[in-house]
Design a protein around this ligand. Structure first.
Ligand code: UDP
Ligand code: MG
Length: 337
């Protein structure tokens, strides 16, 4: 049976599944059932910890989490004092995870929990540090959204050293070593896909077909995604700043050529007054470019401002864990061959 192979571990692994949840009352039970089925299949190789992160939901998500914990001690949860966003929820989950392998997975079943079996196999028998899912089709996603996100990842790859694989989603299983590396990046402007790529490690890409949400609706609007994309570029690339300098240099060259032209023209034909329309166009054009460049500088300045304030990434009002992290940390990949 799948997932029942012998990986000759000296100690059983512990997999923490970090599940960010924001208003997911409709799917959380379904998700729990599905992941329990996977845990059953992997019973011989690994124990599971299901760590829900309630990201300030305003529906019954927290009540459902509490109920699940009463039924099953493998379920743990952290509840935020308000909505801090999925990136913060993932960070909190990684910080509290006690497993020697940690997975991040969506609650809406768009990330099939079954894939964990293959991910686990990649790490344990093929020697990868991480196994990540990438969707091969974008079925069920609006066309404009797919188009913009494809273009964005291409631009990001060009502007920074960050390689985001086409179709990459926030669904992966990681070794403890990689989780600790991700946690070391405690920036407030969190673009997790970029962070995963930045920390490196040997990652196996596992393709899967996009599935639609089991229930509930997406929390991402087109504008939210666009903002997220810009954050990705600003967080991982300084090319826009170099672009500003480039524009400045171009304008200086243009100004120099224009000055030479005006001097020669004046010497040859005198200096009849006129040409104010062209002057007005130049003033408007150049001030437009200046404001645009200041806007780019402002974006970086804004990010620096938020970073230096050093505010916490999230605030938790409830943390319900089993407190055995230290013990679990001792299980290292070297223990298994
Ligand atoms: N999510 C979250 N905080 C937010 C928005 C989303 O924790 O502010 C969670 C959400 O509950 C889900 C996952 O992030 O488990 C992905 O969200 P969603 O399904 O809305 O995104 P999509 O799949 O449409 O990209
Ligand atoms: Mg989803």
């Amino acid at each position: 049976m799948e997932g029942q192979e012998n990986y000759s571990n000296t100690k059983k692994d512990k997999i923490t599944a970090v599940v960010p949840c924001y208003n997911e009352e409709e799917v959380i039970d379904l998700f729990y059932q599905e992941i329990c089925r996977v845990a059953e299949q992997m019973f011989e190789q690994a124990d599971f910890e299901i760590l829900f992160v309630n990201d300030g939901s305003v529906d019954k998500t927290l009540e459902k989490m509490k109920k699940l914990r009463q039924q099953d001690r493998r379920v743990c949860y952290i509840s935020f004092s308000r909505n801090f966003g999925k990136e913060a929820a993932m960070y909190a989950g990684l910080e509290h995870a006690t497993g020697n392998l940690v997975a991040v997975i969506d609650a809406d079943l768009q990330h099939p929990p079954k894939l964990l079996i293959e991910m686990y196999r990649s790490i344990r028998s093929e020697g990868y540090d991480s196994a990540a899912a990438c969707r091969v089709s974008r079925k069920g996603e609006p066309k404009l959204r797919s188009f913009v996100s494809r273009k964005f990842y291409r631009v990001l790859a060009k502007l920074s050293k960050i390689e985001v694989v086409d179709g990459e989603v926030d669904y992966r299983l990681m070794s403890r070593q990689m989780v600790d590396a991700v946690l070391k990046m405690s920036e407030r402007n969190r673009f997790t896909k970029g962070i995963f790529s930045w920390v490196g490690f040997h990652t196996k890409w596992i393709p899967y077909k996009n599935v639609e949400r089991a229930a509930g609706k997406t929390k991402w609007s087109f504008w939210k995604l666009l903002k997220y994309s810009l954050e990705g570029i600003i967080g991982f690339s300084t090319v826009p700043l170099a672009l500003v300098s480039g524009i400045g240099v171009l304008f200086c060259i243009g100004a120099f050529i224009t000055i030479v032209y005006i001097i020669i023209k004046t010497l040859l034909w005198g200096d009849p007054v006129g040409g104010w329309p062209s002057l007005a166009c130049m003033v408007l054009g150049i001030s437009g470019v200046q404001l645009f460049c200041m806007g780019i500088l402002g974006q970086y300045l804004g990010k620096i401002y938020l970073e230096v304030k050093n505010r916490p990434i999230y605030l938790a009002s409830i943390v319900e864990m089993n407190h055995d992290r230290e013990e679990m940390k001792e299980v290292k990949p070297e223990d298994s061959v």
